[in-house]
Design a protein around this ligand. Structure first.
Ligand code: SF4
Length: 609
């Protein structure tokens, strides 16, 4: 009976559902949750009429019942009461397309690349559940904000956005008001608070619970109150979900290989919003790389909060434990947690990923400096399609400050690693993160950061004034005692140091041959093309016809997005090069022609041009 109703409703409404019609349609397919919701909130199991009247939000987290327990319990009770014949348990399986039934959802993504990749997982989950993505806010039945929590400003932006969405929930819009979902790190950090304030938010979902989003949408409509699932998982990696790329025309793609962080740096909220480290099995990652290769993708970035702490512990991987890439970067690095033995490490993964397609560039972010053992550094040097472009977040140049930050290394250990990397990988390009004004930072400690930056000469740096986050070690034990003006003055000093260094470094690269992957057109001048070097420097090129080394023909060919092009750089700022294209090529051809390590740079004399 239930099944036949579902089929009938699907054929009637696909593609034309409003939030209201969705609510009506879903009701017969839902186990009646209202009384059972109160059961979840009252340990005695007795339904509480008061709670039902109060419409208190339902929050599933690590300290209470999980959504799965709750729904299973609901289903069992329903069966006991109604003596319904046994059938599969809804909401514990892949959601059926009848849940969404053509309702439209709109997504805004904030924050880091992990959030963008998580959104690709969310889109896959929503599409499977029968929802349809729209790029027009006003026509959406559901609006998602995928949020970031790393700094106070990131959260302020979301609060502002929520207040601007109020207009869609009130006045003349009230009848067709969309559901609003806050997802991601801010959802995980603030949990039920997001549901309480202004009552704009209907669904809150943490980064480990995206599979449950269609169920949460159904539940909030059925219950007419806010619902949150902020359960952090010990093993969720979404390995079995093929993400739907947000920009299918892009030459670049991202693959999440691990999630979470075990490091507990004193300033960082990530372990509280993303949970503990866990890694996807290598086989599922390789399958995704192959699929992207077949789609013509030319650059893949492997993602993880601690991407190079990757460790595949699937039963097959544990059997194949080789010890490759197992060590820390050097004897000056340590971990705050007990490192586990066995499994396949990041060096093994990078080895396999880079072999899938020699014409796909591989990058990875964001790594921790502690996980660059020599065998990994050597692999990066040897593989032409693994970019010689490493992110090494230092955070500070002062050993005392690094200890307060609980980073697990000294200035000396970090510089020793930089030295090893520079010696092993010719022309490596380096980037880093720095924080100014962390608790008790002295002027001398700040100067240590300045001198470290001058010594290393980064190609790119992400620099921020410290913003204290609740729950962190610093919030519990330390004082945010550096005045804002001092934080900002120090920030502007390190930005200046970085820019001077990068400008000088880039100036020295002018006149060199670079292998550039064309990824779009210049924003400032759409008649010119834009691309990236192996070292991830932006290059703007004239859009001219070039020799084609791939066909060997004498005639010149136009360049297209997705082409690898040999380019000679003609000028540079601290962030961008201008260049002249020489020839269309590919990564393997370029490597054969110019030899090992040549994916980086070569000086071009007038005769070779
Ligand atoms: S390594 Fe430290 S800074 Fe990086 S995510 Fe983990 S806790 Fe945060």
């Amino acid at each position: 009976m239930l099944a036949s109703w579902r089929i009938a409703s699907r054929t009637r409404t696909v593609g034309q559902a409003s939030a209201l019609s969705l609510r009506v349609r879903l009701r017969p397919t839902l186990v009646s949750l209202r009384a059972l919701a109160t059961t979840a909130e009252t340990p005695t199991g007795e339904a509480s009429a008061t709670r039902s009247v109060d419409r208190k939000p339902i929050v599933f987290g690590n300290r209470g019942p999980s959504l799965q327990d709750f729904l299973l319990d609901a289903q069992l009770k329903k069966k006991a009461v109604d003596a319904v014949a046994a059938e599969s348990v809804p909401y514990l399986e892949q959601p059926s397309p009848a849940i969404g039934a053509g309702s439209k959802y709109y997504v805004e993504v904030y924050g880091c690349q992990m959030n963008f990749n998580d959104t690709e997982v969310l889109v896959s989950v929503m599409d499977t559940a029968g929802y349809v993505r729209t790029h027009t806010l006003e026509e959406a039945n559901v609006i998602f904000l995928v949020t970031c929590s790393i700094r106070d400003n990131a959260e302020k932006k979301i609060w502002q956005r929520l207040s601007s969405l109020k207009r869609l929930k009130t006045g003349k819009h009230r009848d067709r008001a969309p559901l609003v979902g806050v997802l991601g790190c801010m959802a995980e950090r603030l949990k039920g608070q997001l549901l309480e304030k202004d009552k704009i938010v209907d669904v809150v979902c943490g980064p480990d619970a995206y599979r449950s989003v269609p169920h949460l949408l159904s539940m909030t409509q059925e219950e007419k109150r806010g619902v949150a699932n902020v359960m952090l998982s010990a093993d969720e990696t979404y390995a079995d979900i093929m993400p739907v790329r947000l920009d299918p025309n892009s030459v670049s793609a991202y693959i999440s290989i691990m999630r979470g962080c075990n490091n507990m740096c004193a300033f960082c909220v990530v372990p509280f919003t993303r949970g503990n480290e866990r890694s996807r099995p290598i086989d599922s990652i390789i399958a995704e790389v192959r699929a992207l290769s077949e789609q013509g993708v030319k650059e893949i970035t492997l993602l993880g909060q601690n991407v190079n702490s990757y460790r595949d512990t699937s039963p097959a991987a544990l059997e194949m434990t080789s010890g490759i890439g197992d060590a820390l970067s050097n004897s000056g690095f340590r971990t705050i947690y007990r490192r586990k033995e066995g499994g396949l490490r990041f060096a093994e993964l990078l080895d396999k990923v880079s072999m899938v397609d020699p014409n796909i560039r591989i990058r990875f972010t964001s790594p921790h400096p502690k996980d660059f053992p020599l065998d990994l550094v050597q692999l990066i040097a040897e593989r032409p399609n693994v970019c010689a472009n490493l992110h090494l977040p230092a955070q500070s140049g002062s050993t005392d400050m690094l200890a307060r930050m609980r980073r697990g290394y000294s200035r000396e250990a970090y510089l020793e690693l930089i030295d090893t990397i520079k010696k092993t990988i010719p022309n490596v390009s380096l980037s880093s993160d720095f924080i100014t004004g962390f608790c008790d930072e002295t002027e001398a400690e700040h100067q240590d950061t300045v001198s470290l930056m001058e010594q290393v000469q980064y190609d790119m740096a992400y620099m921020f004034a410290y913003s204290m986050r609740e729950k962190t070690h610093a919030h519990r034990r330390m004082q945010d005692n550096v005045p804002e003006a001092v934080k900002l003055r120090r920030l502007s000093e390190i930005i200046d140091v970085f820019q001077r260094g990068a400008r000088a470094k880039n100036a020295a690269r002018v006149g060199q041959r670079e292998l550039v992957l064309i990824d779009g057109v210049s924003k400032r001048d759409p008649s010119r093309l834009r691309g990236r070097t192996d070292g991830n420097h932006k290059v703007i090129l004239e859009n001219a016809a070039v020799l084609d080394k791939l066909s060997g023909a004498d005639t010149k060919v136009p360049m297209r997005i997705g082409d690898y092009v040999e380019v000679v750089t003609t000028s540079a700022t601290s962030s961008t090069f201008q260049g002249t294209p020489l020839a269309r090529t590919d990564l393997a051809t370029y490597y054969r022609e110019y030899g090992p390590g040549s994916a980086n740079t070569h000086t071009v004399s007038p005769t070779t041009m």
